[in-house]
Ligand binder design. Structure first.
Ligand code: GDP
Ligand code: MN
Length: 422
């Protein structure tokens, strides 16, 4: 997950050749119930459902929406997959339960306010603030469907598999030949032929082929019009009454489109995000939290990646990816430093700045100011090079901070790894 985000982040930055280094490269992720709502607007079949946040809301939802249902699906809403096989910190197994309607209140009560840990959340898990109550469909076939952006064809790529329900990683391992990929010409849009290929890949058993083609076209329309970077439905299912239904919804959106997707971006839920990343986003920093012990402050995505690699080469692990950008202000540097120092796992900080547009003295002042505001408990290794390097070095020296200076990137990484382990 984290690697994937970095891959996207870096390629994004590099392809823009540093022109927009302050851009947000995170991807907006929305909850399943919100994704289902959006799909429904586009005419895509989704189960009837209501999101609830309290026992009162459960009661009301059952009365108003499901008065005649005998059973309901109760789904924990977190911004991570693998919920079905997840476990709550309370001990309750499974983030998705199918129960009799009279038991819904009890099971929803056991989910709400609790922490769910899945393969994708990391050991800290994510808090469940809403449960999504859905009509229980009788699923006769579960398949996999996704639309993503593909670098090779530089456009949308539809991925389908006649088997679904389990993670795409597992599907790819077990049934590599069943996964089909259909690139779509973004200028031409999706053709009946493209959609037909996708449906043949899904190989529905009972649903009408033409009806499925229409659903695929609507999914593609949503993907384009809403500026999605990912639309994954696992499972997309067939019901006993021959319908193709999206039984799950994972939608991500391009942050660069936030300006024209205001309604969608208003759905952002910071309670589901890494608090370090929330703070970084506020300061307009490109930051991705990782779980190593060396905090990195670097300018430029490429240099940040190289720094992480060299730390690894010397036997350390980076605690984060952080690109302060090409023209960060002193205030942003202070914020960046605060984020790094507030992370308990960080045992040493490595500042690696190659001054171009970014001036070394600005970084140096930022470090000195940050040190006044936060207590520096860990060693800081600094490598400065480029524009105003002498001024920068002077500022650091005059501050009388206990810094470890390094000559080059290799030297800096080595010193940081030693500092972190001592
Ligand atoms: P995930 O584990 O986070 O991907 O959560 P899903 O939304 O995919 O739910 C997990 C599993 O619950 C699915 O793979 C389905 O097998 C099952 N499921 C979800 N909704 C229904 C439903 O309406 N009827 C039935 N029979 N199973 C469902
Ligand atoms: Mn799923």
């Amino acid at each position: 997950m984290v690697r994937g985000s970095i891959g996207k982040l870096v390629s994004g930055s590099l392809s823009l050749a540093g022109r927009w280094q302050q851009q947000q490269l995170r991807r907006l992720n929305i909850h399943e119930y919100q994704g289902a709502g959006l799909m429904s607007k586009y005419g895509i079949n989704v189960p009837r459902g209501v999101a609830v946040g309290s026992a009162e809301e459960v009661k009301k939802a059952i009365q108003d929406v499901f008065p005649n249902e005998k059973e309901l699906v109760v789904k924990s809403q977190i911004l991570a997959g693998g919920r079905g096989l997840g476990t709550f910190k309370s001990g309750l197994k499974g983030g998705v339960h199918i129960v009799k309607t009279e038991e819904v209140e009890d099971i929803a009560g056991k989910m709400l306010g609790q922490i769910l840990v899945t393969k994708q959340t990391g050991p800290q898990g994510k808090i469940v603030s809403k449960a999504y109550l859905c009509e229980k469909l009788s699923l006769v076939n579960e398949m996999y469907f996704a639309i993503t952006l593909d670098r090779a064809t530089a456009g949308p790529l539809i991925i389908a598999c006649r088997k679904g329900g389990t993670s795409i990683e597992d599907l790819a391992e077990k049934f590599p030949d069943m996964i089909i990929k259909v690139p779509v010409d973004v200028f031409k849009g999706i053709t009946d032929e493209d959609a037909g290929k996708v449906v043949d890949g899904l190989a529905p058993k009972v649903a009408d082929r033409n009806a499925c083609i229409e659903q695929v076209k609507k999914l593609y329309k949503l993907f384009c019009e809403c500026d999605c970077t990912l639309l994954e439905i696992n499972p997309i299912a067939e019901t006993s009454d021959n319908q193709l239904v999206a039984a799950d919804a994972k939608l991500n959106f391009d942050d660069n489109a936030a300006f024209r997707q205001k309604e969608i971006f208003a759905l952002r839920d910071p309670s589901q995000e890494d608090p370090r990343e929330v703070a970084a986003a506020k300061a307009d920093l490109n930051y991705i939290g990782l779980d190593g012990e060396i905090g990195c402050m670097v300018n430029g995505a490429g240099l940040a990646m190289a720094t992480m690699d060299i730390i690894k080469l010397h036997g350390g692990t980076p605690a984060n990816f952080l690109d302060v950008g090409g023209n960060a202000s002193e205030g942003q540097v202070v914020e960046a430093f605060k984020i790094l120092t507030s992370d308990d796992k960080v045992k040493a900080i490595l500042v690696n700045i190659f001054g171009g547009i970014m001036k070394c003295d600005v970084i140096a002042s930022g470090i000195v100011n940050a040190a006044k505001q936060v207590s520096l408990k860990v060693p800081v290794v600094v490598r400065l090079e480029g524009t105003n390097v002498d001024q920068g070095k002077r500022i650091l020296k005059e501050s009388e901070m206990a810094l470890i200076t390094a000559e080059d990137l290799d030297d800096a990484a080595e010193k940081a790894v030693i500092a972190a382990s001592s």
